[in-house]
Ligand binder design. Structure first.
Ligand code: GDP
Length: 610
């Protein structure tokens, strides 16, 4: 009789992550994990699962077995090993030892400019470019490809020329960190403003050093010392005040201080010891992409490692192709591009998504196959991103698991509230909940509705969003769903605290999800005697139903909550009105309406905890 052969429990397992296809059988996975099929069958039997050696296993069973023997696996859909393989190559490229890294030459720093609107980001980028760009011998015409390179004292600096934190955060949300240094532009006359603080938080969340460009120093009402104080208040203590933040006074308009700024960027770059090699397979990140009539899909990529060459097969997210041409920011066609060089790539199958990684594939077939399974690719990217985010703390729903694991758990939070007072109150009360084993990290705090930006920041930093008297708008809600970002909104502070406390105890209450059933925009407000205010609305999504619960939002902030008292179309009372139609909404006891307000009807539904 054939006795099944069992492997000793302490036999070694394969190092690193093993790719396992979904629905594998014990016969498939046993050998992959240095075990026999019999080991798998026996283990599952002990768990009460009767399976044969040739039977397909569920994800759970596979994962259970892997956990039992201490092997690390990554489940993929059948036929998608190539994608994962490519991802592995990427990771391998990134995962080099210190000694290897040290042996590489320095590379140009990649700079993103952020700051409040109108503080001079665009002007600054334009001036730096005009003053320092090295037009090629071919005398190309400078063009905006999403990034450019300038040379200063013989050393190159790369600027991402889509200013603002949207692009920066969108990129981080996709797991790509392209920026080495953030230039924070603060106008000397206007000082630190809400978007300045947001930019600081974004840069901090990404652990990217900040250099402050104290701009508009030429303005009569410039008050640089007041700005220095404001910066210090935000934990950016200027160097000349004994702190560590480089603050460069400048005027983008008059081209003053910009040389100084560049010098300082080179100093920081040197401190950061940024290195790369132009050897080997090129990889990097997509900065922007569009469809060009005539040239087809055009993607600007930033090469981060290796050298990208014309003719090579590349994959960028779901796009792939053989590189037909490489064009620089001065409009020159080049044969190759090395580390920190931004180039336009022609020859892709479709526009890539900003923030997607690109990599040169072993061959064209692999590139095509990888790109064709875009759903899977996205999942892999997500996996990478989650792993990336996990390093820095946990979401609300995971916090208890972390506490139990005996680690010091950090709960990442983004707090949005209706007014500064409540924001402070919420933050202060939350801080009191901190324990030795649970720390809170406020990734961002701000006043106003919950926006797409908040969601992206949350996705990038693995944070839960807490809203106090504010709501996400529709776009934010949709993005939160695709990015799996949890938003919890409250109108009573102790409810909020209770929830967080319970989460720390592993008792997170079932969440009552408020399902938004309809949305309408107030176009006009009528006063009707004895009825009160009636809002003439256009239903913009879903259905507005009489008697449904409703809240009014002004700029994302809840201004009133109650019920729809009456609903009319023209003169008729109706039960519901669907999207695309106008209607009159009567409210019994709320009068303070304005056109532009948003009416949101909703239902409460309990979401079971998983
Ligand atoms: P952005 O919104 O941050 O990109 O700001 P812009 O670069 O568009 O600049 C906003 C306005 O401020 C424009 O009218 C610029 O000409 C002006 N501006 C930018 N830098 C300076 C400066 O250093 N001094 C003065 N006086 N005006 C500036």
């Amino acid at each position: 009789m054939d006795l099944p052969s069992y492997t000793p429990a302490d036999a070694p397992v394969p190092a690193g992550t093993v790719v396992v296809e979904r629905a594998s059988t014990p016969q498939d996975i046993g050998p992959k994990l240095n075990r026999t099929a019999a080991d798998v069958v026996r283990f599952l039997m002990q768990q009460g699962e009767m399976v044969t050696a040739t039977q397909s296993l569920s994800d759970d069973m596979i994962e259970l077995f892997a956990a039992e023997i201490g092997a690390e696996i990554r489940l993929v859909d059948p036929g998608e090993e190539q994608e994962v393989e490519l991802q592995r190559l990427l990771e391998m490229d990134e995962d080099v030892s210190d000694a290897v890294y040290e042996s590489w030459p320095h590379r140009p720093p990649v700079i993103t400019v952020m700051g409040h609107v109108d503080h001079g980001k665009t002007k600054l980028l334009d001036q730096i470019r005009n003053a320092n760009v090295v037009a090629g011998e071919a005398g190309g015409i400078t063009q905006h490809i999403g990034a450019y390179q300038v040379v200063r004292d013989g050393r190159a600096i790369t600027f991402v020329d889509t200013p603002g934190h949207e692009a920066f955060t969108a990129m981080r949300a996709r797991g790509a960190d392209a920026t080495d240094i953030v230039v924070l532009v603060v106008a000397a006359d206007d000082g630190v403003m809400p978007q300045t603080v947001e930019a600081i938080n974004h840069a901090r969340a990404a652990e990217v050093p900040i250099v402050v460009a104290l701009n508009k120093i030429d303005r009569e009402n410039a008050d640089p010392n007041r700005v220095r104080q404001q910066l210090a208040d935000n934990d950016l203590v200027p160097e000349d005040w004994g702190g560590e933040t480089i603050v460069v006074e400048c005027s983008a308009l008059q081209n003053l201080g910009l040389d100084d700024l560049l010098e300082n960027l080179l100093v920081v770059a040197e401190l950061e010891d940024l290195r790369s090699t132009d050897d080997g397979r090129a990889s990097g990140v997509v900065l922007e992409s569009h469809l060009d009539i005539g040239r087809g899909p055009v993607a600007t990529v930033l090469v981060q490692k290796g050298t990208l060459r014309v003719g090579e097969p590349v994959v960028a997210g779901a796009a792939w192709g053989r590189v037909r041409a490489l064009i620089t920011d001065v409009g020159e066609q080049v044969r190759e591009a090395g580390p920190s060089v931004p180039v336009q790539v022609l020859g892709l199958s479709e526009p890539a998504v900003a923030g997607d990684r690109f990599v040169v594939a072993p061959d064209e077939k692999v590139a095509a196959k990888v790109a064709s399974t875009r759903e899977h690719w996205k999942r892999v990217a997500n996996l990478g991103r989650e792993a990336h985010a996990m390093a820095g703390g946990a979401k609300l729903e995971d916090i208890f698991t972390q506490i139990q694991a005996g680690e010091t758990a950090t709960l990442n939070l983004i707090v949005k509230a209706d007014v500064t007072g409540s924001l402070e109150a919420v933050t202060e009360s939350l801080r009191k909940l901190e324990r030795d084993d649970v720390k809170l990290s406020f990734v961002h705090r701000g006043v106003g509705g919950i926006t797409e930006n908040d969601i992206q920041l949350a996705a990038a930093s693995n944070a839960t969003i807490l809203g106090f008297n504010v709501r996400p708008d529709r776009k934010a809600r949709e993005l939160a769903e695709t990015e799996h970002v949890e938003i919890r909104t409250y109108e009573i502070i102790y409810k909020l605290l209770e929830d967080i406390e319970n989460a720390m105890l592993g008792l997170l209450a079932p969440e009552f999800e408020e399902v938004v059933t309809g949305e309408a925009e107030v176009r006009e407000v009528f006063r009707v005697p004895r009825v009160g205010a009636v809002a003439g609305c256009m239903v913009t999504s879903g259905v507005i139903t009489r008697n449904s619960k409703v809240r009014f939002l002004r700029d994302g902030t809840i201004i009133w909550k109650g019920a729809v008292a009456s609903l009319r179309r023209f003169k008729d009372d109706v039960r519901e009105v669907a999207a695309g139609f106008e209607c009159g909404v009567g409210l019994s006891d709320f009068q303070d309406l304005k056109s532009g307000d948003i009416i949101e009807t909703f239902e409460e539904r309990e979401i079971p905890r998983t």
